[in-house]
Design a binder for this molecule. Structure first.
Ligand SMILES: [Zn+2]
Length: 314
């Protein structure tokens, strides 16, 4: 059976897996992401060497990168959280191994994973959002990933919704990502810890806003803590506002929400859906399903394998 090496390079860790052409994950590991370019290259070479030594019938390696990627050239254009900006990653790996390589943005890979073996399977037009530290996404049009003219499409998180809002990682103010992401949950939680010292959330960290994290808020919200529910609801409403806008622009059949924060968003599906529906202009689009990904943290790896199998349905 044919196999692909799938790699997902994030700001903190590199995950990789060996995946069969029917999208079964044979083995899966992760290492911490090194701080320098040469160490990242070395880590990738070790992974690929190990995979090639352990398995036969490997067709190639698909690599998702947390950054802006020129897929055609296999080059990293920008990567704020990784020492890979400007690096010709595909060219470098091709010089080391006789193997096919395909490099793409990690959110594109996650959405391709949904298209090939997740909640997007069977749909020809949908959008996928990845809600994690930031907010990314991908667009499927007519059964294929839409990358735009330069591979930079679907930067959903950087739609500016409040020009006077909080500063975003991209340098602009008020991007959707600043209101609807793990970072947004954390920012609101810090504000609550400081402003509402008697709240359970504040008491849980001894009043120290530096200690509180997004997962702590999600856990408290699940246990019914009022302040935590308020924070999750606000983030859900902003996410819904974004989704409503994307539905108006792209007319999808379904919206798939994945990423590290997605598993906590079931708590606030009602505000997400209400907020999206309120601004959808086509009455036929008001019931478009907004679903949470079931692939958890495998979507990006499955999509990276899909880059190699070339199975984007045409
Ligand atoms: Zn931004």
């Amino acid at each position: 059976m044919n196999k692909a090496i799938a790699v997902d390079i994030g700001g903190t860790k590199i995950s990789w897996a060996l995946i069969t052409d029917d999208y079964a994950i044979l083995t899966r590991r992760q290492v911490m992401t090194p701080a320098t370019t040469s160490d990242i290259f070395t880590a990738l070479e070790v992974i690929i060497t190990e995979a090639l030594a352990s398995y036969d019938d490997i067709l190639g390696a698909g690599i998702g990168v947390a950054g802006m990627v020129d897929n055609a050239a296999g080059k990293i254009v920008a990567a704020p959280n990784l020492a890979l900006a400007g690096e010709p990653l595909k060219q470098h790996l091709e010089s080391k191994f006789k193997l096919a390589f395909n490099v793409d943005n990690d959110a594109n890979c996650a959405v391709l994973g949904e298209l090939l073996s997740g909640a997007g399977r069977g749909y020809r037009n949908f959008i996928g959002l990845t809600v994690g530290t930031g907010l990314g996404g991908g667009i499927v049009i007519d059964g294929r990933l839409y990358r735009g003219a330069k591979g930079a499409a679907a930067e959903f998180g950087h739609m500016v919704i409040d020009p006077n809002g909080p500063v975003c990682g991209c340098g602009h103010r008020g991007c959707l990502e600043t209101k609807a992401s793990g970072t947004a949950i954390e920012r609101l939680a810090k504000e609550t810890v400081v402003a509402k010292t008697k709240s359970a959330l504040s008491r849980s960290v001894g009043g120290d806003p530096e200690i509180i994290t997004g997962p702590m808020v999600a856990k408290a919200a699940r246990a019914g803590d009022t302040e935590a529910v308020t924070i999750m609801t606000e983030v859900g409403r902003w996410l819904g506002l974004g989704i409503g806008n994307f539905i108006n622009i792209l007319d999808p059949e379904v919206v798939v929400v994945g990423g590290g924060v997605a598993s906590s968003l079931d708590l606030v599906m009602d505000p997400i859906i209400e907020s999206a529906r309120r601004i959808v202009i086509d009455p036929r689009s008001r019931d478009i399903p907004i679903v949470i990904s079931q692939l958890e943290n495998s979507a990006g790896l499955l999509g990276a394998a899909g880059l190699i199998f070339g199975l984007e349905p045409s």
